[in-house]
Design a protein around this ligand. Structure first.
Ligand code: PLP
Length: 405
């Protein structure tokens, strides 16, 4: 047989969170090394249990979950999601506007596949959650990155957004709360993004999968709640807010003026039908989660485990010479900066690989999030405080040696 090559359409597709350095870590684990992993936002693997009521209801419903469901999801889940959109003040959402998927990930790819033709451009943040960039490329579109401004708490740079719009621009992606920076966007900024989208006829894709993982008493506004005209697709799910990544239960909601989007919506319906349906057991967890009493609040409030770990990780990481970091207001990550004068890194993947080899700590390099310079990395603050202390201590030791090189 001839050498089997991957398709040409994968040439520009990249997903470094599970990329080559992770393979290296797996290899090291097979050789018996113990690695502290600060690389993936998988809550369950750090002892953050999913709410018991979700598990119980999924178990109870398992016998009813052996068949295919409606392609857009079971009624109970979509009804609960509809109520959730009402709580978030998103107007005019009916059951038909809701698609349940195997996590948000599947729906992101679906939404891009239904939209894009060759030459179409989508504005994606830098840094981003890299699935967005990958999904645009895989769908034949061109991701165009707009900068988020570290000096302004990682808020999107509106002038940069404006300067990157042209006749091929179809949509803008916003990730709020943000992975990897932990930023939370204020309403006035959301209004400005809506205005840009309105002027240039862009669709807004709003990834809000962390909308309940909020610290310091801040509140989250869905961008879809702030306009009734701009076509907006909002993504959310159980993975993070309900610590249930493995159940693969996510959804997307179409809102705004849908009259001009009939064709696109037909495309979404077709792609939803082609994959038959999302996994049915996961769908049965949605109503219980959204209507349930076991929320994430205890973990994020003052003294809660996630909040303590965020505070500790931030304190420790910013105590290292030449490392600065915007304190996250939300989500599970921080995106520290390594002063290039002190750490003249040329290739940040190599840097992260060396850290792994020397100190057995796994992080993800900033360029893996489409950040243009090799001067950042992402840290997940999910491990217990002792492990965080140990891990950041090892990073500090590695950096101290790096400075002496
Ligand atoms: N969007 C963002 C911003 C994420 O960080 C993640 C996962 O880390 C996802 C989407 C994927 O979520 P899901 O588990 O629902 O596929």
């Amino acid at each position: 047989m001839k050498h089997v090559k991957k398709s040409a359409k994968l040439a520009n597709v990249c997903y470094d969170i599970r990329g080559p350095v992770l393979q290296m870590a797996k290899q090291m684990e097979e050789e018996g090394h113990k690695i502290i992993k600060l690389n993936i936002g998988n809550l369950a693997s750090f002892g953050f249990d999913s709410p018991e009521e979700i598990q119980q209801d999924m178990i109870r419903n398992l016998p009813n979950a052996a068949g295919y469901t409606d392609s857009k999801g079971i009624f109970a889940a979509r009804k609960a999601i509809m109520h959730y959109t009402q709580q978030k003040h998103i107007k005019g959402v009916t059951l038909e506007d809701i698609y349940v998927g195997n996590g948000v990930s599947e729906l992101i790819v679906m939404a891009m596949n239904a939209l894009l033709d060759a030459g179409d451009e989508v504005l994606v943040p830098a840094p981003d959650y890299p699935l967005w960039t990958a999904a645009v490329s895989l769908s034949g579109g061109k991701p165009v990155h707009y900068l988020c401004d570290e000096e302004k708490g990682w808020l999107p740079d509106l002038d940069d957004i404006r300067s990157k719009i042209n006749k091929n621009t179809r949509a803008i992606v916003i990730i709020n709360p943000n992975n990897p920076t932990g930023a939370l966007y204020p309403d006035d900024l959301l209004h400005e993004i809506i205005e840009i989208a309105r002027q240039h006829h862009l669709i807004i894709y709003a990834d809000e999968v962390y909308d309940k993982v909020l610290y310091d008493g801040v509140t989250h506004t869905s961008i879809a709640a702030l306009s009734e005209d701009v076509l907006t697709i909002t993504f959310n799910g159980l993975s993070k807010n309900y610590r249930s990544c493995g159940y693969r239960a996510g959804w997307m909601v179409v809102s705004g003026d849908k009259r001009h989007a009939k064709d696109y919506i037909e495309g979404l319906d077709m792609l939803a039908s082609m994959r038959l349906c999302a996994n049915a057991p996961g769908q049965h967890g949605i109503q219980t989660a959204l209507g349930g009493y076991q929320s994430i609040d205890d973990l994020v409030r003052d003294g809660g485990r996630l909040r303590r770990q965020r505070d500790l990780a931030h304190e420790l990481i910013t105590a290292i010479p030449g490392v600065s970091c915007v304190k996250p207001k939300a989500a599970l990550y921080m995106f520290p900066r390594l002063d290039p004068k002190i750490y003249p890194i040329k290739n940040d993947q190599q840097f992260i690989a060396e850290l792994l080899q020397e100190e057995k700590v796994l992080l993800v390099q900033g360029t893996g999030f489409n950040w243009p310079q090799p001067d950042h990395f992402r840290l997940v603050f999910l491990p217990h405080e002792d492990d965080l202390r140990e891990a950041v201590g090892r990073v500090a030791r590695f950096l101290e040696n790096y400075r002496k090189r």
